[in-house]
Ligand binder design. Structure first.
Ligand code: 5GP
Ligand code: ZN
Length: 119
């Protein structure tokens, strides 16, 4: 697993690596995925370096709760149509068999009119 000092998403959250920002507050950061699968595809991350959902504990419950509340709000702001006709997909790839490539916890928020490139 990568150390936070070498973590691309820590650098994006800190602003030392550029990204197309969607949202930022004290604890959370969201930015457009470099290789979107769909008309809306952004990543929502905690600023704190948590490697994946596998490391989440009760001490993270409030932070994760905030991410779950924010994701649908940002999805609408980014152009996903409202539920139930519109909606979005919320994905957190975890570990090698889960398809995780960047080892800093992130939620993919994917949506918009179909067809999508994947999924
Ligand atoms: P994972 O497979 O770990 O769930 O997905 C990582 C995602 O991060 C991929 O969809 C990939 O396109 C995106 N990604 C990787 N590096 C960067 C980057 O430097 N900037 C941005 N904006 N997205 C990235
Ligand atoms: Zn990190």
């Amino acid at each position: 697993m990568n150390h936070p000092a070498n973590c691309i998403f820590c650098k994006i959250a800190a602003g030392t690596v550029p990204s197309r920002k969607v949202y930022e507050d004290d604890e959370l950061f969201a930015f457009h995925d470099l290789h979107p699968w769909a008309p809306v595809h952004f990543l929502l991350i905690p600023k704190a370096h948590i490697p994946s959902m596998a490391q989440v504990g009760l001490e993270h419950a409030a932070l994760l709760g905030r991410m779950m509340v924010l994701a649908p709000q940002l999805a609408l702001e980014q152009g996903c149509k409202p539920y139930p006709e519109g909606g979005f997909r919320l994905v957190s790839n975890t570990g090698a068999e889960g398809g995780q490539e960047v080892h800093h916890l992130h939620f993919h928020v994917i949506g918009g009119p179909r067809p999508w490139l994947k999924g």
